[in-house]
Design a protein around this ligand. Structure first.
Ligand code: H76
Length: 496
């Protein structure tokens, strides 16, 4: 009996998970259910604003708020979580006595005298970032702009000045597009609730919270009209998910208020509680926002959608953590590899920075930004405005493509110095020329039919100079040419 029970439970679990997976697949039109609050669009957004988004390639995320003051530690104790979540540290798990009260009063000492938005923006520009996502309000509810709907804002700190404005102005001046991060979770608002409110007074309070959220969003779009989009977070609470009708209206209102506004898939749920993809498997919002600290490895996993990947430099710390000593810190090489993986599959890659309580970007992050920038100055052509190359991923690294140029960013240099590019015999365009992106020097390119009859490929051998070596990835540009289309290789197929 016990055993049977066990089997049926695991069968339930298995099929539960299985059907959930199935739901994520886009349903054929005929099998779709009618949704009132599902996706608003079929297929990609093709307007100029979205095209601009698609071409960014590389972005910067900044997590900043009062959590930067404790930086993951307080009174010699260490919070065992992401530093920006430190307010939720419980005494049960080692928080100092009265921790939440302490945290809720930290804003009174928030005085980032070293904050220099222009220096941040210059650093982002030097790194090669085309857009920035900035935390206007994280889960703690602290607003980095002087919101008129709450007192828990920058205005009531010793610093007083509107930080969001300084950031927007500085990044605008550098030509870096600004996106406003906004957390739906708000631990400071009395009406906020994670679970579905049950008592009438809680429901009423939640109505207040909804209005407050709407007001703040309109306020942000009003105060910072140059912001290109909103990057939502903390939208997974049962209470918020239940608000499908209302959040659907709100999304429409925000889009009408600011035509061209870009919003990802992490804002709202449909009437069945489906997030990111509605119950018919159709993407909700303008791009998939589900790749947080993870990357797809195949184009199928992206379902052909636009998407961004947001990535921390330590394993999982977004806000400032004063102690990185026991964490693996991603190297510029690691981050460039992830950048190219994202770009090769039509994604933008966004690297997070967590400035400290004084407003300084830590030297380790500064060095990483600098080194990525040095690499980008030579190689960014392989990153900006590129798309998936519609070729299998090569062992050497990643392909990206723009117009008639195929970029091969090499991470694995072959021991014989010959990079062998496979291309279908039937391909419309064939390689006609290969050269280093860094110095434009031509590389020997020879095509072969190597006699692998069944794979229907031609092979293009690109020879690297004998004396060439590099400790960073390098880019080979392969010009594709229609005229070379008839190329069948130097050696003819045997007649069969
Ligand atoms: C969970 C969670 C949040 N999402 C990331 C983008 C960080 O803001 C993290 O705190």
């Amino acid at each position: 009996m016990k055993k049977l029970f066990f089997i049926s439970i695991s069968a339930l679990l298995f099929f539960g998970i299985f059907s959930k997976e199935l739901m994520a697949q886009e349903q054929p039109m005929a099998q779709r259910i009618t949704l009132q609050y599902g996706s608003h669009r079929e297929g990609k957004r093709m307007d100029a604003e979205m095209q601009r988004w698609r071409e960014y390639g590389l972005g910067q995320f900044i997590h900043w708020g009062v959590y930067a003051i404790p930086g993951g530690h307080w009174e010699g104790k260490s919070y065992n979580g992401a530093a920006e979540w430190i307010r939720s540290w419980s005494e049960k798990s080692g928080a100092p006595a009265g921790w939440q009260k302490t945290y809720d009063n930290l804003y009174k000492q928030f005085n980032p005298t070293d904050f220099d938005a222009k220096a941040w923006a210059r650093q982002a520009k030097d790194m090669g970032a085309k857009y920035v996502i900035f935390t206007t309000k994280h889960h703690d509810g602290f607003c980095l702009w002087p919101s008129k709907y709450t007192g828990y804002t920058i205005k009531n700190t010793p610093f007083k000045k509107d930080i969001v404005k300084e950031v927007v102005d500085a990044y605008d001046a550098e030509g870096i597009d600004v996106y406003l991060y906004f957390s739906i979770i708000d631990w400071n608002h009395p009406g906020y609730s994670s679970g579905i409110p049950k008592a009438e007074k809680d429901s009423l309070a939640y109505e207040d919270f909804k209005q407050f959220t709407r007001n703040q969003l309109i306020e942000l779009l009003t105060n910072y009209p140059s912001a290109k989009g909103l990057w939502f977070d903390g939208s997974w609470d049962a209470a918020w998910i239940e608000q499908a009708a209302w959040t659907d209206e709100l999304e429409k209102e925000l889009r009408a208020f600011r035509p061209g506004l870009i919003i990802g898939s992490r804002f709202r749920a449909d009437e069945y509680g489906k997030r990111h993809f509605d119950s018919n498997g159709v993407l909700m919002g303008d791009y998939e926002q589900g790749w947080e600290r993870k990357l797809p490895s195949t184009i199928e996993q992206t379902k052909g959608n636009d998407w961004d990947c947001v990535m921390t430099i330590p394993p999982n710390q977004w806000g400032y953590n004063s102690d990185w000593s026991s964490s693996y810190i991603k190297t510029p090489y690691d981050l460039i590899a992830m950048l190219l993986q994202a770009n090769s599959l039509n994604g933008n890659f966004v690297i997070n920075f967590g400035p400290d309580g004084k407003g300084r970007i830590r030297p380790e992050e500064g060095d990483i930004a600098k080194q990525i920038g040095e690499w980008m100055r030579v190689n960014s052509e392989a990153v900006y405005g590129v798309t998936y190359a519609e070729l299998p991923k090569p062992d050497y690294g990643y392909y990206t493509k723009k117009g008639n140029k195929l970029y091969l960013t090499v991470f694995n240099k072959p021991v014989n110095n010959i990079i062998r590019v496979a291309m279908a015999k039937t391909a419309e365009q064939k390689p006609s020329k290969a050269y280093f992106l860094a110095d434009k020097k031509d590389l020997k390119l020879v095509s072969h039919n190597i006699g692998l009859d069944r794979d229907n490929n031609l092979y293009y051998d690109i020879t690297l100079p004998d004396d060439f070596s590099s400790d960073m990835p390098f880019v080979i540009v392969i010009d594709l040419d229609e005229a070379a289309k008839k190329d069948q290789g130097n050696y003819r197929d045997a007649l069969t």
